[in-house]
Write a protein that binds this ligand. Structure first.
Ligand code: FYN
Ligand code: ADP
Ligand code: MG
Length: 579
């Protein structure tokens, strides 16, 4: 027991001492640090905590499954630069939330998973407590930092450590273990107040070294075919004006990674998204801003990157990221806002824009690809194909650039990424670094709560299934979320057959399923759309009304390719399939 807690016991029972307890201290510590939204699922031992947090003015969003609450918290962290808070019960609730915590860490999103836990004495002796589990030990390898608080007087410092660990340097997921007994611990209220910590400058600026700035500019200046790759770190940094000014001043083409789309509009004349292969293959200097050379960029090597020897410049806040896959000639370690401002400042007047022949080679390829795509987007086929359905969604987002777009699936993801142009920063949130399915409804809920903008979720039917029950949550909180389920009856497509028996093939679902009926059970609007025209009307109506809506978009079950565009990662037997 802490000294402060002991001092309470030492007082005579009849003195009028003002007291506080673990419940109130956690709530006060969160509020003191501006953390006023909790995503979670109540239950033992945090049910009363959730009630009390709500009563104190914290917004408590109660989900149907912790994984979805965790994804919501993770993307809230990305959108706000403050750690998203996820609250779970012990043991399996904790494990459900842990998936999202690992996801936050992999994606560099700040998040704190707060889980209630069983009593240390029993857990450590493995005496079989209710939901006994050594949660701290399990969380450690899957997050950036993990802490446990045993004494009420340490709650303030524990939360301060969690906040700093989540947002400073490279952001990530933090686990905070709060044993059941902690909540009820009573201490002197004054001592409690004094124990709270308001975190000052949680993510301090990290200024790049002047010689690193000079080196980077020298390499960029030497380029004949420069390319700037913007990653979701650049979107996270919220240095939108500086990034745009830098890219425009450089005159170089830029390639946005999926969640960096909109930092500069996809329709910007320097945008090379629709000339991706050419830009990567033929460039001679590539500057990475908040993007890792991981699988999404073919690790910086191989035929995607062409034969031309390349010089690389990389801006990242994490020094260990540099040289992760290939040599980086000009590393710049610092926060993106400071790095880009320093570059802009040092560029001076008269910066030479990229050579005209390079820019026109990119423009030619871009126009070619856009031209090839255009007629396919205008078809009004019924049942729909991806291009017909996405063509109308593309127009809707163009007309309503404020919409938050959530996107997951395989084909639904790959094609929507290319087809739907994004016009503003942080308006597209998707499966991220791991390409996982299941972020959909969690992301949609947090996007609505944190931004106040209307949300459009473009979901594969398989992807939707992972978080579909949260449509009840969406209806309960009356969130302006419109979900479009691209229903082609299965994973990748709905035409596989089982040649060995009467069970359905492993990739197919119930044929002709009506996902729109699900939301009607909770008072939302359900629409079955069988053509692009119907889809357009339904989405516009949902956007205008702000009512929770689920549109079952009927796609031809034969459209869709195995694993979307990343089939190369899906090993297939060369020995032929067994009969
Ligand atoms: C892009 N392209 C376009 C446009 N935008 N053409 C016309 N119009 C527009 N607006 C072109 C682009 O130039 C490429 O053509 C092609 O479309 C593909 O572009 P994309 O999607 O950017 O490129 P690619 O090679 O698919 O990107 C690689 C990737 C991406 C790894 C970054 O596939 C990705 O983010 N994947 C995540 C997948 C994922 O997580 N899936 C979960 C699956 S779940 P060319 O330039 O001619 O090549 C389990 O199955
Ligand atoms: P993408 O998938 O869009 O390419 P990644 O998640 O691979 O993006 O890369 C994001 C990178 O951005 C990470 O290496 C991370 O360290 C870095 N990063 C995140 N926030 C900042 C920041 N504020 N300043 C600098 N780098 C950042
Ligand atoms: Mg499908």
């Amino acid at each position: 027991m802490s000294a402060a807690a002991q001092s309470v016991d030492a007082k005579p029972a009849d003195t009028q001492q003002e007291l506080t307890d673990g419940f109130h201290l956690v709530i006060d510590a969160l509020k003191l640090n501006g953390l006023t939204t909790i995503y979670g699922v109540p239950g033992i031992p945090i049910t009363d905590f959730a009630r009390m947090a709500q009563a104190s003015g914290i917004r408590v969003l109660s989900f149907r499954h912790e994984q979805n609450a965790g994804y919501a918290a993770s993307i809230a962290g990305f959108l706000t630069r403050k750690p998203g808070i996820c609250l779970t019960v012990s043991a399996l609730g904790f494990l459900n939330g842990l998936t999202a915590l690992a996801h936050a860490t992999a994606n560099c999103f700040p998040m704190i998973l707060i889980s209630g836990s069983s009593e240390r004495e029993l857990v450590d002796l493995q005496q079989g407590d209710y939901e006994e589990m050594d949660q701290l030990a399990i969380a450690k390898p899957l997050c950036k930092a993990a802490f446990r608080v045993l004494h009420a007087a340490d709650i303030g410092i524990g939360l301060a450590r969690a906040i700093r660990a989540a947002v400073s340097g490279r952001p990530g997921g933090v686990y905070l273990d709060l044993p059941a007994k902690l909540f009820g611990q009573v201490i002197d209220a004054d001592a409690g107040r004094r124990s709270l910590v308001k975190v000052i400058d949680a993510a301090p600026a990290q200024i790049p070294a002047p010689d690193a700035v000079k080196r980077a500019l020298d390499v960029l200046r030497s380029a004949k075919k420069p390319l700037i790759i913007l990653g979701k770190g650049a979107a996270y940094a919220q240095a939108d004006d500086e990034i745009r000014a830098f890219v425009e001043k450089s005159g170089a083409p830029f390639l946005p990674m999926s969640m960096a789309k909109g930092l500069l509009p996809d329709t910007h004349p320097q945008c090379a998204a629709a000339a991706r292969s050419t830009a990567l293959k033929d460039s001679d200097v590539v500057m990475l801003i908040g993007a890792r050379l991981n699988w999404l960029l073919s690790h910086g090597k191989g035929k995607t990157w062409g034969d031309e020897p390349k010089k690389l410049i990389q801006i990242d806040i994490e020094p260990k990221e540099i040289d992760s896959n290939v040599e980086i000639m000009a590393p710049m370690v610092g926060d993106i806002g400071s790095c880009v401002s320093a570059m802009l400042g040092a560029m001076g007047h008269g910066w030479q824009a990229a050579p005209v022949d390079w820019m026109s080679a990119i423009a030619k390829k871009r126009e070619e690809n856009i031209g090839k795509m255009a007629p396919r987007l205008m078809n009004n086929n019924s049942p729909m194909d991806y291009h017909g359905a996405l063509g109308v969604l593309r127009t809707i987002v163009k007309e309503r650039p404020d919409v938050m777009l959530v996107n997951e699936g395989a084909n639904t993801l790959d094609l929507a990424r290319g087809i739907i142009d994004i016009y503003q920063p942080r308006k597209r949130i998707d499966v991220g670094t791991w390409g996982i399915m299941g972020i959909g409804m969690g992301y949609a809920i947090a996007a609505a709560i944190e931004t106040g903008s209307p949300v459009l979720c473009v979901e594969g039917d398989s992807a939707f299934g992972f978080s579909g029950m949260e449509i009840e949550t969406i209806c309960r909180y009356r969130l302006p979320v419109c979900i479009v389920v691209f229903n082609n009856d299965g994973i990748y497509r709905g035409t596989d057959v089982n040649s060995a028996g009467s069970d359905p093939a492993p990739t197919v679902f119930v044929k002709g399923a009506r996902y729109d009926k699900m939301i009607e059970a909770f008072g939302g609007v359900g629409i079955n759309a069988t053509s692009p025209d119907e889809l357009k009307r339904a989405v516009n109506a949902a956007m205008d009304s702000g009512k929770p809506t689920l549109i079952n978009a009927v796609l031809d079950p034969a459209v869709g390719s195995e694993s979307g565009r990343i089939g190369k990662f899906n090993p297939q037997s060369v020995l032929g399939k067994k009969k």
